[in-house]
Design a protein around this ligand. Sequence first.
Ligand SMILES: Cc1cc2nc3c(=O)[nH]c(=O)nc-3n(C[C@H](O)[C@H](O)[C@H](O)COP(=O)(O)O)c2cc1C
Length: 169
Amino acid sequence: MKQSNIEILMKEDIWQLIGKDWMLITAGNSDGINTMTASWGGIGWLWNKPVAFVFIRPERYTHEFVEANTHLTLSFFDDSYRSALQLCGTKSGRDCDKISAAGLTTVAIETDVYGFEESRLTLQCRKLFKSQMNETSFLDKEVMTKWYNESPGGGFHDIYVVEITKVYV
Ligand SMILES: Cc1cc2nc3c(=O)[nH]c(=O)nc-3n(C[C@H](O)[C@H](O)[C@H](O)COP(=O)(O)O)c2cc1C
């Protein structure tokens, strides 16, 4: 894994990268690491910083690790890892060692910052902001009904805005 310039992200189609190809959100420290697949989120510019925003339901085991650490990583893979991402998006780290089951190899990038050897692109991120969605914030109630009342997926997502501090390829 080699550090790269953040401008490398300009070559990526962000909608494809996150929405179609998916990513792993990973956080942890020497006590433990967890990861989960995510396809909701974005990359942009806020508070004069390059940022990403991710949406994590409080039920996810990964949520505990994101809460407990200052940093997280967003890892992107080529097509051959689709089934690994599918696994990390359907199994919980509470129940199994899904990182090994997915055939992924954890790499310590810095203290308490972890990525994967197999990833083609990794964003090291520092948490800047967290907000909890709530019913009154939904201006379009149909969106809320569709995704939270009718969906068995769980409660409102927590929104995290993170600063992209380093990029690795
Ligand atoms: C394609 C895909 C995208 C997902 N996107 C998200 C997401 O953006 N936010 C979220 O909270 N869960 C998302 N999930 C669900 C989690 O990845 C899933 O619940 C996972 O098993 C959580 O693992 P954990 O309990 O080990 O954290 C997604 C799952 C898949 C398959």
